[in-house]
Design a protein around this ligand. Structure first.
Ligand code: TXA
Ligand code: MG
Length: 315
């Protein structure tokens, strides 16, 4: 029987070389990170960046995150500041993205940052993406590896589901351990969280000992578009389903009974719940349920990011 997943590669020296050669030619690859899988292309190449927008069917007004190995590499492309340096030392490599002013001599292709004067930069932690960044010596533009407005992928097969054979290389790095996208923080003025993530705004505030901007930013993070992360079926909050064809997402000890109930974390751990969120939603969709009901998930720490994603998925 033909292996339908023949474009999914396990990671070894041969895969590393194949992936780097392909990225160097301006082609794309689906790569694992600790948050979600990314659709990677050379951030300096117009050809590669164009391919990313096209394959994802993404609006070219929605800028991409540029992924670097470390500080040394980022300084040519963006203007760094003290808050950035402090947060970098504390959290990187890790699940946080910084919006910084673009450097005049930046080689990041303008399309990648949607012609804004800012660039989003991130330093991923997953050892596969780090070994690729180490060898390739280029930053990678890398949005989540899903079709625009669909759920982000947390396994290699999720990437395959959206792109099939249109993507020649998908590297299997196991299930993404964090499971939701990075925290996005704007550092071009008073810090402001644009997208909540596993590292919460509260935690960052406490670490920096500063206040955040409460102003509504003009340049909205377009990933904050209302409809996003959608599983493609209706989502209803704070109600139990009465129909067995409807699934129910729950959190915590109280619930682990019926077949159509999906518990994000039986032990009531919000980090575990975040890690399970997208795979549970994909499973519900695959199992053929027609609607998703969601019972209360606490709006604390990672719970803020979970509720954010669920709210947008329901739009
Ligand atoms: O965890 C992650 O961040 C994953 C992995 C693959 O690294 N990537 C990811 O990328 O989630 P994407 O493209 O799905 O989301 C990028 C977010 C969007 O909300 C986008 O609008 C915002 O970052 N963004 C990118 N550049 C920006 C900029 N210059 N100003 C404001 N927001 C920006
Ligand atoms: Mg995305």
């Amino acid at each position: 029987m033909k292996n339908i997943y023949s474009n999914i590669y396990s990671f070894n020296k041969k895969t590393l070389k194949k992936t780097i050669d392909s990225l160097n030619l301006g082609n794309l690859a689906g790569l694992p990170t600790e948050t979600v899988y990314g659709l990677a292309g050379n951030a300096y190449s117009k050809k590669a960046v164009k391919k990313i927008f096209k394959l994802k069917k993404r609006s070219n007004r929605n800028p991409l995150i540029i992924h670097y190995l470390n500080l040394k590499n980022v300084k040519e492309d963006v203007i760094t500041n003290d808050i950035f340096t402090n947060l970098y030392k504390k959290y990187c490599p890790g699940p946080i993205t910084f919006i910084l002013k673009k450097n005049k001599n930046s080689k990041v292709n303008d399309l990648a940052n949607a012609n804004l004067d800012t660039v989003a930069v991130r330093f991923p932690e997953h050892k596969i993406i780090r070994s690729i960044l180490k060898k390739i010596n280029l930053p990678l533009a890398m949005p989540s590896a899903n079709l625009s407005s669909r759920l982000s992928p947390v396994r290699a097969v999720d990437v395959f589901d959206d792109f099939r054979k249109k993507l020649k290389i998908i590297v299997d790095g196991g299930k993404s351990k964090i499971g939701i996208e990075s925290t996005v923080i704007d550092l071009t003025k008073k810090p402001k969280i644009l997208r909540p993530g596993i590292i919460s705004g509260k935690e960052i505030k406490k670490f920096l000992k500063t206040n955040f901007s409460k102003k509504k930013s003009k340049v909205k993070s377009p990933g904050m578009m209302k409809k996003h992360y959608s599983p493609g079926i209706p989502i209803i909050f704070n109600k139990k389903p009465s129909n067995p064809n409807h699934a129910c997402i729950v959190f915590g000890k109280k619930y682990n009974y019926k077949k159509n109930y999906f518990n994000l974390s039986k032990k009531g751990d919000l980090k575990e719940a975040a890690a399970n969120l997208y795979s549970v939603m994909r499973k519900i969709k695959k199992d053929g349920y027609k609607k998703i009901f969601i019972l209360k998930i606490p709006k604390l720490g990672p719970g803020i990011a979970i509720n954010d994603r669920l709210n947008r998925a329901s739009k």
